[in-house]
Write a protein that binds this ligand. Structure first.
Ligand code: AMP
Length: 119
């Protein structure tokens, strides 16, 4: 466990394999797994292996990680058959953003038309 990793972080545990999940993509920096409470026919969470609370916790040292995370999103979406019709990528930040798990994650949602503005 890295020193920055809170022992109770469920997404750290999923990324390390300690907690079971339905993993759909994995590389040396990121893991994607199906959301337990899907809000669309396809709903996957893409997380960095490194524990970062949310977008506010990024530093210039994380630029490579951000590149890996963001460029993994369309790969995961394509793998799940979302590329042609499109999909939505969302990062909730903090209380007003609706964040409930304090480990940076991108929601990848697809399989139905998305509404705008979001709630
Ligand atoms: P957010 O509200 O943006 O922090 O998103 C957290 C997401 O994590 C929610 O959509 C939850 O349904 C999802 N979630 C929480 N625990 C798990 C878990 N063990 N496996 C998969 N998804 C989870």
């Amino acid at each position: 466990m890295s020193p920055d990793q809170p022992p109770s972080c469920i997404f750290c545990k999923i990324a390390s394999g300690e907690l079971e999940s339905d993993i759909v993509y994995s590389d040396d920096q990121c893991v994607a797994f199906r959301d337990l409470n899907p809000q669309a026919p396809v709903h996957v969470l893409l997380v960095p292996r490194k524990h970062i609370e949310n977008l506010n916790g990024l530093t210039p040292d994380d630029r490579g990680l951000v590149g890996a995370l963001v460029s993994a999103a369309p790969m995961v979406a394509a793998q799940l058959g979302l590329a042609v019709d499109g999909y939505r990528v969302v990062a909730n930040v903090g209380r007003f953003g609706g964040q409930s798990v304090d480990h940076l994650h991108l929601h990848i949602l697809g399989g139905r038309p998305m509404r705008w503005p979001p709630g």
